[in-house]
Design a protein around this ligand. Structure first.
Ligand code: TMP
Ligand code: ZN
Length: 401
């Protein structure tokens, strides 16, 4: 089901030290009905590379197990739509600056395009879009929505195949997929076949520095193989056809960075990794997060138990991967959290992986006295939507930051 890594995926280094241990956990998005089959469990521990400052999981769950039928659907929430607007504005500004923007529109390739949520928006304009998505269920939804999507895992085989047809993208976007990839060198190399000398490649990933700011250890799960620092990206790109030209910071998903990559050549210059943000003492910060995680887990449990002993009902909101991490780290069962509300039809009627906590429609929130919002990254929007919950005395508990 999984294999252990021996070298750092950015620099090849072997001085990898353990900085975080979340025990043995189920796959965070492996939702199954009661009595249904689960893919299994794997160790969840983070190793830190002292050479290039990349933190990475010690064990890689095989992608064919993780992504065959994948239930993570890109949010269609207002928060996400606002992010897409900002991101697309930044991309258009950048391509205009480079003179690559064509009146006929640009060719945009999205890697890990999920159900086509971002591409659908872009396609409404003049632009030609293409998605690459390994999850069959999601590629199918995208194609049915009219977003041409190739169902494959991004890497050299699909890059070579696409490049051989003469296809060259003006812009390649890879949102929240890079941290899921083990073979980073192969991922970057494959981009050579589908880009031209002015192409812009945008890789959006959670930034490890934001994770420390938010204490969001619940972003650590088997899908997230890497916890990205700009230093590590700089090391990775050494000797490749691409350079790091810019970095932009966004608040989405608790803090993310977009790495703007361009082809090497006389046209574009490289930024120094420390030009963008402070990434000093990362190893110490990992050790602090490990301690804070234990404190946070040990605080939430008694808070829940106190409410229950007073005869109050506790539920959760958002059956996100973060919810799975929390519930397994804290060993919560349905005796603690009666149910978790989530609007995703594919998750409803199933259980939070590794627990007996059922996932139910959002409306059931009104039955609870306390609600732990595991989708804390959308809290403002959710609290506004469910104002009736607090109006009748319901209380939100935010596990993070
Ligand atoms: P994510 O943070 O990994 O995107 O997960 C958020 C989860 O919360 C996802 O399963 C969808 C759910 N959700 C709702 O049920 N209602 C909402 O209004 C929002 C914003 C999210
Ligand atoms: Zn390294």
């Amino acid at each position: 089901m999984f294999y252990r890594i021996s070298n750092c995926r950015a620099c090849g280094g072997i001085e990898l030290v353990k900085v975080m241990d979340l025990g043995v956990q189920p796959l965070a998005n492996d939702f199954a009905p009661t009595g249904g089959e689960c893919a299994g469990y794997a160790p969840l521990e983070v190793l830190f590379c002292r050479t290039c400052l990349l933190a990475q999981l010690s064990c890689v769950v095989r992608p064919e197990i993780m992504y065959a039928n994948y239930s993570y659907v890109t949010s269609e929430s207002q928060t996400m739509q606002n992010h897409f607007t900002t991101l697309m504005r930044d991309i258009v500004d950048e391509t205009a600056k480079m003179g690559a923007l064509k009146a006929a529109g640009m060719k945009l390739l999205e890697i890990g395009s999920n159900a086509g949520t971002l591409l659908k928006r872009i396609k409404d304009g003049n632009d030609e879009v293409l998605g690459i998505e390994p999850a069959e269920n999601l590629a199918k939804i995208a194609n049915e929505r009219g977003i041409k999507t190739i169902c494959q895992l991004w890497g050299e085989p699909v890059g070579v195949e696409l490049g051989a047809t003469g296809y060259r993208a003006d812009v390649v976007v890879a949102r929240h997929v890079f941290a899921h990839v083990d073979n980073w060198k192969g991922f970057i190399h494959a981009l050579e076949f589908v880009t031209h000398k002015d192409s812009l490649v945008i890789i959006e990933v959670p930034w490890v520095v934001d994770m420390f700011k938010m204490n969001s250890f619940d972003q650590i799960y088997h899908e997230h193989l890497s916890y990205v620092s700009i230093h590590a990206i700089d090391r990775l790109l050494e000797g490749t056809q691409f350079l790091l030209n810019d970095v932009k910071h966004y608040s989405i998903h608790g803090g993310a960075i977009a790495l703007f990559l361009k082809r090497r050549g006389e046209k574009f210059s490289e930024i120094a990794p420390n030009q963008f943000g402070d990434e000093t003492n990362l190893e110490d910060q990992w050790r602090n997060l490990e301690e804070t995680k234990d404190l946070m887990v040990h605080e939430l449990k008694p808070e829940v138990r106190r409410a229950i002993s007073k005869g109050e009902k506790v539920c959760g909101f958002g059956a996100s991967a973060k919810a799975t991490v929390w519930c397994n780290a804290a060993n919560f069962s349905s005796n603690d959290i009666a149910f978790i509300c989530d609007s995703t039809p594919q998750k409803q009627g199933k259980l939070v992986p590794g627990t007996d906590i059922p996932i139910v429609p959002e409306e059931l929130l009104m039955e609870a006295d306390y609600c732990i919002n595991f989708a804390w990254n959308f809290h403002e929007e959710i609290a506004e939507k469910h104002k009736a919950f607090t109006d009748r005395g319901g209380k939100w508990i935010l596990p993070c930051p």
